[in-house]
Structures are given as C-alpha cells and as structure tokens.
Write a protein that binds this ligand. Structure first.
Ligand code: ATP
Ligand code: MG
Length: 443
C-alpha cells in the first residue's frame, strides 16, 4: 500500500470536525483538523500531500476566502466544500472559483468518502507528475543550462519536459540564435531516449547529393552510416530543415512513413525562421510538415523575453569573468535599460557576444555597454525597441537584477543586502519571492 493521503478538515464546529475526521480515518485517510481557515492556511503549502475539506460558514475568514487563497497556494489542490442545505448559489460560486466538488449538509458519510477518494487520486497524480518533472529538470544539466525566468522561458521549459516524454517527431521553430539547438539537446536529455544515440545534421551544410547520401545512404567508403540508420533508437536532429530540397523532403517523408510506431528514429526538425513573413509551413511540403509538426516547440526571440535579457547578461558576464580571471562588470541603471530595449536581432547568441566583449572591455578599463549595442558605427545611439514591454517590466527586471547582484556580492547575507538597498526584511523577502530568488543560491 502506498502512504495514506492526508485530509485537512477545516470547520469551526468541533463536533463536525471530529465526526468527519473519524469517518475519514476509518476509511484509511490520515486526517488533520483545523478550527479556523487562518490556521489551515498556515499549515497548507503547494506540496501538501492530500486534499482539503472545508466548511463555508466560519467566523473570521470563511470557506470561500480560504478556497480563493488556496487557489493561489496551489491551484491543483483539491478542495471539497461543505455548503448549507439548499444553498445553491453558494455551491455554484464555490465551483466557479475552482472547488473540486461540494457536499450539501446534512451529507451521507459514504458520499464524503467516495469524493475524498476521487480527489485524493487526482492529487496523487498531480504530485507524482510534479516529482517526476522535478527529477527531470534537476537531473538534466542541460535543462539547467537554459537560463531565463520569464513566462516565455518557463513555458518553453514546460514544453521541453512535456514533449521529451511524448516521443513523437518534433518541429522546433525560432529565429537565429534563440537557442533552438540547445533546446534539441535538452529535449533528448529529458526523454526516454536519453541514453541512446543523438545525431545532429545540418540540411544546409552539404550539397544535395552529399546530403542525400549522408541522410539516407548508401554511404561511401569512408563515410559514417546514413544518419537515419545511425540514429536508430535515438534522436536525429535535422537543422535548417527549410533548406531541404523538394526531392529530399519526399525521401524524408517516405523514411518516416516506413518506420513503425513508435518511430525507430525520432526526428527533431529545426526550422530557422529568419525572413519576415516566412513560416515553416510555407517552406515544407504539407504532408511532411504535418508529420513533423504534430509536436511543436517555438523558441521565442529574446526581445520578447523581458527580464531574461538581464538575467542572461549577468550570468554570461559572470561566466566570462571567471574564464578570463577578472571582475564582472557592474551594470548601471541606464545600461540595464539599454540592454532591455535593444532589439537583439541575433538573439541569445548576440547577447553572449556582447557579454563577453563587456567583460573584456571592463578588464581593459575602457568602453561602455551601450557602445557594444550600437547598430552600426555611424549611429550615435543604440537601436531601441519597446516591443511587448510595458514600463513595469523594465522596472521589475531592473529591480530583480539589483537584488540578484547585491545578494551575490554579499554571498546571501540578507542583513548586508537590507542595509545596502535600504529595504526592510519583509519587503526584501517579498521581492525575492516575487522574482524567484532563493537565498540558498548565494551562500
Ligand atoms: N536560454 C539560454 N540560456 C543560456 N544560453 C543560451 C540560451 N539560449 C541560447 N543560449 C546560448 O546561445 C547560443 C546560441 O544558441 P543555439 O546555437 O542553440 O541557437 P540556435 O537557435 O540553434 O541558432 P541558429 O539559428 O544559428 O542555429 C549558444 O551559445 C547557446 O548555448
Ligand atoms: Mg542551431
């Protein structure tokens, strides 16, 4: 038997609390009781290994408010609400907010047990999934190499974890330098084929005849096995798929169709979307496109990743500073604003370059970050864009970077950081939580 699931019972009436608790304990649940919503809220967190049963009418914080708050703690935590007899509007409202289900007083204890069982099963699934994901994302050094905390980046990481598990062919799209190749590596590393072959081939690196041989064979004397055979059991990454000629697209489609299900070789096609208005759909033959694009990942351009620009810049600058054995350059408010507003046509690759040059400049003691962002020599100001970035994002990104830098310099000493930034402890804690910064990362 797996460990019993918990049920947190919240009711201000002692008799009610105890009888629900006794009944559920008899049915095999590990119960805990709370006399107020406030107490329950203190005890429950996103990892709570169980479900919640709460009365609605309570003095102080009522059940509805508790439900709302719990949605904020973990919106997958099942909460069963107990409503007054015939209080339909209340039940409807509870369901609208996201209650798992409701029970009308007086209720049949068996019904309560049934509901608690179903809710517990759902909860267990959620927690197992989450644990698996954590294991994957912690376990894979490659996932950790993907720097960024913006919603776009979080979504990308989720997609990688989802599609890594899914095992069908994948299409990865994005502008140049956004990290498509890195994503292809990560996708392989978190999937079931992680310890199988990983082959990478660029469709634009060979002439048509050579490419055809390298992909499908027959191989000449000194050539490796054709890629589609060589990658059997693992993943074959085809970069610049948009460069594949019509006849080779047809051969690839045939090769894909000839494979069983699940596919022997997982094809990960990478499409470089550089030219305005061009889509992967418009350059591939439709039947091939649909085979590849069943699973699809779009890597967003850097200019749409808000705060990531500063996070990436700081991390990269630190890495280069360590490599070159010199100081990390400090970013001024004005420079941060310029980094955030630069259009980054070369995306992350360009930013990595700028960070390296900024470190070298800093070592020489000359030059500014803004001079590195100049679009061309005769321009006296760097090119700017404000695409998708309201003022608040700039402010948040800058605030995050300041706290991050200061924590780093003081090796996680909260007191030193409070002092330097003139922040009360509580505000600092709140801001760190907001930006996903953890003290343990700095000590
Ligand atoms: N999220 C990220 N975190 C850290 N480094 C990144 C990230 N995304 C990309 N990089 C780095 O940026 C550089 C460019 O990434 P990558 O080669 O994967 O881009 P790409 O989209 O495949 O480029 P291309 O279109 O030229 O093939 C690499 O050095 C990569 O390690
Ligand atoms: Mg690439």
């Amino acid at each position: 038997m797996t460990k019993a699931m918990k049920v947190a019972i919240v009711d201000d009436e002692k008799d009610m609390r105890q009888s629900i608790s006794q009944w559920l304990a008899l049915s095999g649940f590990d119960t805990e009781t709370y006399a107020s919503a406030e107490d329950a809220l203190k005890a429950l967190n996103a990892d709570f290994p169980g479900i919640v049963v709460s009365d609605i009418k309570m003095p102080g914080m009522d059940g509805m408010q508790l439900l709302r708050k719990l949605r904020g703690v973990d919106n997958t935590l099942p909460v069963i609400m107990i409503t007054g007899h015939g209080d339909v509007p209340m039940a409807v409202e509870a369901m609208r907010i996201g209650a798992y289900d409701f029970l009308e007083k007086p209720f049949n204890p068996d019904k309560m047990t049934d509901l608690a069982r179903k809710a517990s099963q759902a909860r267990r699934l959620t927690l197992d999934n989450r644990a698996l994901r954590r294991e994957l994302s912690d376990g894979s050094a490659l996932m950790n190499k993907l720097i960024g905390t913006s919603p776009a980046m979080e979504r990308l990481k989720e997609d990688i974890l989802d599609l890594g598990q899914a095992d069908g062919h994948v299409l990865i799209e994005g502008e140049t330098g956004t990290g498509k190749t890195l994503v292809a590596h990560a996708l392989h590393a978190v999937g079931a084929r992680a310890n199988k072959k990983f082959l990478l081939m660029s469709c634009s690196a060979f002439d048509e005849e050579t490419l055809s041989r390298r992909l499908f064979g027959p191989a000449q004397d000194d050539e490796p096995e054709p890629a589609i055979v060589g990658a059997r059991g693992g993943s074959l990454v085809l970069e610049d798929i948009e460069a594949l000629s019509g006849p080779l697209q047809a051969r690839l489609l045939t090769a894909i169709n000839e494979q069983g299900n699940p596919a022997e070789t997982r094809i990960v096609a990478i499409c470089n979307l550089q030219d305005e208005g061009k889509t992967c759909e418009s350059v591939l033959r439709p039947d091939l496109f649909y085979r590849l694009a069943a699973l699809r990942i779009t890597v967003p351009p850097l200019r749409q990743r808000g705060e990531d620009v500063l996070v990436l810049f700081t991390r990269m600058a630190e890495q280069f500073a360590e490599e070159y054995g010199c100081e990390t350059p400090q970013v001024t408010a004005q420079e941060a604003a310029q980094l955030l507003q630069a259009p980054w046509p070369g995306n992350v690759r360009q930013l990595v370059n700028v960070a390296e040059r900024a470190v070298l400049q800093n070592r020489r003691g000359s030059g500014t970050i803004s001079s590195l962002l100049m679009s061309n020599g005769d321009d006296s100001r760097p090119a700017m864009t404000t695409e998708g970035k309201p003022l608040k994002d700039f402010v948040d990104a800058f605030e995050r970077m300041l706290i991050d830098n200061t924590m780093r310099r003081h090796k996680g000493s909260i007191v030193a950081v409070m002092d330097e930034l003139c922040l009360p402890r509580r505000t600092l804690n709140e801001k760190m939580a907001k930006y996903g910064l953890q003290r343990s990362d700095y000590t």
